[in-house]
Design a protein around this ligand. Structure first.
Ligand SMILES: NC(=O)c1ccc[n+]([C@@H]2O[C@H](COP(=O)([O-])OP(=O)(O)OC[C@H]3O[C@@H](n4cnc5c(N)ncnc54)[C@H](O)[C@@H]3O)[C@@H](O)[C@H]2O)c1
Ligand SMILES: [Zn+2]
Length: 391
């Protein structure tokens, strides 16, 4: 027996955002809180004005919280909640990348359960929350379709990622036109995040026939479209492919879990302020290599999804999967970005390995890794990354 949870409704296609007002009306709601970040609300993008206009044309009032930080914190959730309370909002609209969507999920839950700690969400059998519509503007996290919210607890410094089916947004609006403005680096980070979601779900110990369907298709689409969209970010059909693949990858991992690349990535991200997608992309090839012997057949299929020639032997193909991801990291500037901006001091990185290992071990995604890692296995993964960055 398996369970698969996803949003009740998905709107997909260029211009889908224009349906937002009618969708809120159909939920019977009258006052929406729009949760977003400052860049998307800045005068150059002005997505807050556009969405406010769409809502008011449908007779819906709205308030805006535009203070979400990249890699959001408990303070963002608190601030969003206060605005929701002050304006008596009856539904939440998440507008932006994973940071905005995750903050909105937490606000939707906390507005209905002010005393509930985020870390306790998974323990509750059922969670009430305000109705939630998610509109992603990056193609990476898939948060619009997942049960997870990643929020850094400022009291402990831990990146918490509570999951609960009740946190899956009611409606996901996938409008690829919103992602055309994503710059190249963010297209790379978020695209590699989506690939990691699909791949980790596909090799996960919790993978099912239902999650395989989404994970494999996501990898096929990303394998064909990500290298091209990196060359031509204005191509709307490639952006459309990535929006769909990101949603599929999210649906897959939300039900099958991510693994060590994410557990390690969260620890790395929290320690060195590395954006989520970048941190996961950096660890992915070494995590794949670690699990290769026990998931050879799965990784061979991963390689084929990513356009390797299927005639090669299983062992060769599985190895090729690692090489393809390593080559993506090279071509999309993942190694270079890490070296030049985020992990500039390799001595400090090596020194932090024991602490990052401890945090990775304590997080989600260890037991679902195809080969369950020990403490020393995780240290080795981080050390291999250090060697790579020293090249
Ligand atoms: N809930 C989940 O299932 C899940 C899964 C993976 C990651 N995450 C979390 O999501 C967060 C990362 O989200 P993200 O990678 O989408 O990035 P993000 O939301 O942090 O945004 C990164 C930057 O991109 C900008 N941006 C967003 N859309 C843009 C657009 N269309 N054009 C130009 N700029 C744009 C934002 O303003 C921001 O400066 C992390 O906190 C991560 O832990 C959550
Ligand atoms: Zn991720």
């Amino acid at each position: 027996m398996t369970t698969f949870c996803a949003p009740a409704r998905v709107e997909f296609g260029a211009g889908a955002l224009d349906r937002l007002g009618d969708l809120v009306k159909a939920l019977g709601k009258k006052k929406a809180l729009i949760v977003m970040d400052a860049f998307l609300a800045s005068p150059t993008v002005a997505l807050d004005k556009r969405v406010g206009g769409i809502l008011s044309a449908a007779g819906i009032n709205s308030a805006v919280y535009s203070g979400v930080a990249s890699e959001p914190t408990s303070t963002n959730v608190q601030d969003g909640m206060e605005i929701a309370r002050k304006f008596a909002c009856d539904c939440i609209i998440a507008l932006g990348g994973g940071s905005s969507i995750d903050t909105a999920k937490a606000v939707a839950v906390k507005a209905a359960n002010p005393e509930l700690a985020l870390a306790d969400i998974p323990k509750s059998p059922y969670i009430t929350r305000l109705p939630l519509i998610a509109v992603p503007t990056t193609s990476g996290t898939g948060s619009e379709g997942t049960k997870v919210a990643v929020i850094t607890n400022l009291q402990t410094g831990v990146k918490e990622n509570p999951g609960h089916p009740s946190m899956i947004p009611d409606i996901a609006i996938l409008d690829p036109d919103l992602t055309v403005t994503l710059p190249k680096t963010l297209t790379a980070f978020t695209g590699m995040d989506a690939l990691a979601h699909a791949m980790e779900a596909y090799v996960s110990n919790k993978a099912t026939a239902l999650t395989d369907l989404y994970a494999y298709k996501a990898m096929e689409i990303i394998g064909g479209s990500l290298p091209k969209v990196m060359e031509n970010g204005a191509d709307k059909s490639l952006r459309s492919n990535m929006a769909l693949a990101s949603y599929y990858a999210g649906a897959a991992f939300s039900n099958a879990s991510t693994n060590l690349a994410h557990a390690g990535g969260r620890a790395l991200g929290a320690q060195f302020h590395v954006p989520h997608g970048l941190s996961v992309a950096l660890l992915l090839p070494f995590v794949m290599e670690f699990g290769l012997e026990v998931a050879e057949e799965r990784y061979a299929r991963v390689a084929v999804a990513l356009r390797a020639e299927p005639q090669a032997s299983r062992q060769t193909l599985a190895r090729q999967a690692v090489d393809i991801v390593d080559a993506f990291n090279e071509k999309f500037g993942i190694w270079a970005e890490a070296k030049s901006k985020f992990i500039t001091d390799l001595k400090a990185f090596r020194k932090a390995i024991p602490e990052m290992t401890g945090k990775a071990l304590a997080g989600n995604g260890i037991l679902t890794n195809p080969k369950v890692p020990s403490e020393s296995d995780i240290k080795t993964v981080f050390e291999k990354l250090a060697e790579k960055l020293a090249d």
